[in-house]
Design a protein around this ligand. Structure first.
Ligand code: IMP
Ligand code: MG
Length: 185
């Protein structure tokens, strides 16, 4: 799908996007592999995938369809950004998963890890609820922007140091519905 394609411009309201970074087919192939990785990583026990909304809504939906074992899905809503493109360092929890975490393998499903501030706070909170294990599955990782952490066990792609939109990722709540991931600026 080209960026000057009328279908793309219809979705962006005519605003041109700089470049496609990960195409729809490339994303689909990698998400299928991640689903297989998650399946293999948990041969037994109860598995709970917690999607961090809103950014992970498409990723989680596609991912779970490649998880070939019983799984329970829940969500978490945290807000770290306003309408800007720089992390504020503040994380607000707006919805907490209703599912009991104790004794379960918990995987937090995230769209993109940038500074890692959001994750660090949420992981501390989830760890206090005594899951059997706690991991993160992120579609995109800006690894240069944060110190490594061991919970980040499943990563789709290394992300370039750009502001990305599409496939769930937004800029000021726009562009989440693009079928590819693009560099906005
Ligand atoms: P962190 O706390 O700095 O790691 O920020 C993580 C959150 O910021 C992600 O869940 C996204 O919602 C948002 N974010 C970080 N980088 C980008 C980006 O390039 N595009 C869109 N959202 C981003
Ligand atoms: Mg966001």
């Amino acid at each position: 799908m080209s960026l000057t394609n009328p279908e793309v411009l219809a979705r962006t309201g005519g605003r041109e996007i700089k470049a496609i970074v990960f195409g729809a087919e490339q994303i689909a192939a990698r998400v299928a592999e991640l689903g297989a990785e998650v399946t293999r990583a948990y041969p037994e026990g109860e598995l709970l995938l917690i999607g961090l909304l809103k950014g992970s809504f498409l990723f989680l939906a596609d991912l779970v369809r490649h998880v070939a074992r019983p799984v329970v899905v829940d969500f978490m809503v945290a807000s770290s950004y306003g309408d800007g493109t720089v992390s504020s360092g503040n994380v607000r929890l707006l919805y907490d998963p209703a599912t009991d975490l104790a004794g379960k393998h918990v995987v937090l499903v995230e769209d993109i890890v940038d500074s890692g501030n959001t994750l660090r706070r949420l992981l501390a909170l989830l760890a206090s609820r005594r899951p059997a294990s706690l991991s993160v599955c992120a579609l995109l990782d800006k690894a240069a922007m944060h110190s490594p952490f061991e919970e980040l066990r499943f990563v789709g792609f290394d992300a370039p140091p750009a502001f990305l939109v599409g496939y769930g990722l937004d800029y000021a709540e726009q562009y989440r519905h693009l079928p590819f991931i693009a560099d906005l600026a």
